[in-house]
Design a protein around this ligand. Structure first.
Ligand code: GKR
Ligand code: MG
Length: 425
């Protein structure tokens, strides 16, 4: 089997004005869709966060990927490693490296091809399912009013249910509880993550306490300030949240600071910011910076790397959860196959999917029901791309004028002069 064509398609999908530590989500989230076509006419798909830098890197690798055998992943790794430039994760909540994303897109598309060629669900190439249903968590955001995209900051008057609720502003504990009730009612989520780091810490602490009051002690809650708090702030907030959090995600920046917060509190700390690559694992062990690592095949470099991470978590006593960014259905399917194949996945996975629901590029988007995605059983990822929809989302990319994610620039449109600070409170 050989890879005979590669198609790299940047797309833009409407994203509401969600707040985080780095500012404001733009009206569109950028993704890149990669299609590998094999010489026997199969298509394998991958999806990763989009930026002009990632697109250019993929483009530079394309010629050398053509002609390779998708089953020979070590040979593909060697090609990508020879091209890769050193790059850094950066201080933003999301991972700004280029080549880990490129590797992930190509590897996932190769797995899709391999699994389709043997007519097996992709999970079977990852060791087979440890679970048939993959549980996800509600992902709440403080936000301004609006649904994003062409609707800008206006509410779509035709929307109902969750689609209407997701266009509402949420800037205080009451707004967050309302958002949570609508999202949980629609998707049946059985745990809740609140994106923090956006407003004064006390508002975020009060929002968790309000969620606890609204949903009771059986609903696991998590708070993620994306490393923007000082150690003293994080400890003071953590003391107020004792008994209310399932885990406390990246309250502070860096492994040493995380370890200091962990020692002061009786709440497990989790990360997708301080331990994000194999090079970080010795520091994780030395400092005991976190109790839980959020995997993410997009920035750990693919499925194999994520399974290696799972083994590290098992050996070194770390829990394992899964991180997300704004995404579409190819990523959701890949996340579901990976999560199904990790026996020691110990928490419900994150997903931003409800914020993009209804805009997918799949012919039959995977539903989230009772808080879970049923593992697709069709060959490969088990999803089919709607090529007309892919073309529309690409056109939207061409028209939206964005070439990278930049929350600071978006925030300045609302609050002139606003600047990102790596540590704010
Ligand atoms: O979408 O605003 C967001 C999130 O803050 C995202 O960029 C983070 O990468 O959700 C993520 C996280 O858990 O840190
Ligand atoms: Mg996080």
């Amino acid at each position: 089997m050989q890879i005979s064509e590669i198609h790299i398609t940047p797309v833009a999908v409407a994203d509401p004005p969600l707040l985080n530590a780095a500012g404001l989500h733009a009206p569109y989230a950028l993704r890149i869709i990669v299609e590998l076509v094999s010489d026997d006419g199969l298509s394998g798909w991958g999806e990763i966060p989009g930026s002009e830098a990632v697109r250019a890197a993929l483009d530079s690798a394309a010629d050398q990927i053509i002609g390779l055998d998708p089953w020979r992943l070590n040979a593909i790794d060697a090609v990508l490693e020879a091209l890769a430039n050193p790059d850094a994760r950066g201080a933003a909540p999301w991972d700004q490296r280029t080549w880990v994303h490129v590797s992930s897109a190509i590897e996932v598309a190769c797995y899709d091809l391999m699994a389709k060629s043997v007519r097996r669900p992709l999970v079977d190439l990852l060791g087979g399912p440890a679970r048939e249903r993959v549980p996800f968590a509600a992902y709440l955001f403080f936000k301004y009013a609006g649904a994003g995209g062409a609707y800008g900051f206006e509410r779509d008057p035709a929307a109902t249910g969750w689609a209407a609720a997701r266009a509402e502003a949420a800037l205080d504990p009451e707004g967050i509880v309302k958002q949570a009730r609508a999202m949980v009612a629609h998707y049946g989520f059985q745990s809740i993550e609140l994106k923090g780091g956006a407003l004064e810490p006390q508002i975020e602490v009060d929002s968790i306490l309000a969620l606890r009051e609204a949903f009771g002690p059986d609903m696991p809650l998590r708070l993620d300030p994306n490393a923007i708090w000082r150690v003293d702030t994080a400890i003071a907030a953590g003391k107020q949240l004792a008994g209310a959090l399932e885990y406390y995600e990246d309250p502070v920046r860096g492994q040493k600071n995380m370890a200091e917060v962990a020692r002061a509190l009786d709440i497990p700390l989790a990360t997708n910011m301080c331990t994000t690559s194999f090079a970080d694992l010795p520091g994780s062990v030395a400092h005991q910076s976190e109790a839980i690592i959020l995997s993410d095949h997009h920035f750990w470099g693919g499925f194999r790397a994520s399974l290696d991470l799972a083994r590290f978590c098992a050996v070194f006593g770390r829990g394992m959860s899964m991180h997300s960014n704004s995404h579409l259905g190819i990523s959701l399917a890949a996340m579901a196959h990976l999560a199904a194949a990790v026996p020691n996945l110990s928490y419900d996975c994150d997903t931003h999917y409800p914020w993009q629901d209804g805009q997918d590029l799949l012919l039959a988007p995977l539903p989230i029901e009772d808080g879970a995605v049923a593992l697709p059983r069709a060959p490969g990822l088990g999803v089919e791309v709607d090529r007309g929809r892919l073309a529309q989302l690409h056109q939207q990319y061409l028209e939206c004028g964005l070439s990278e994610r930049n929350g600071e620039v978006e925030m300045q449109k609302v609050q002139p002069g606003w600047r990102f600070q790596a540590t704010r409170w």
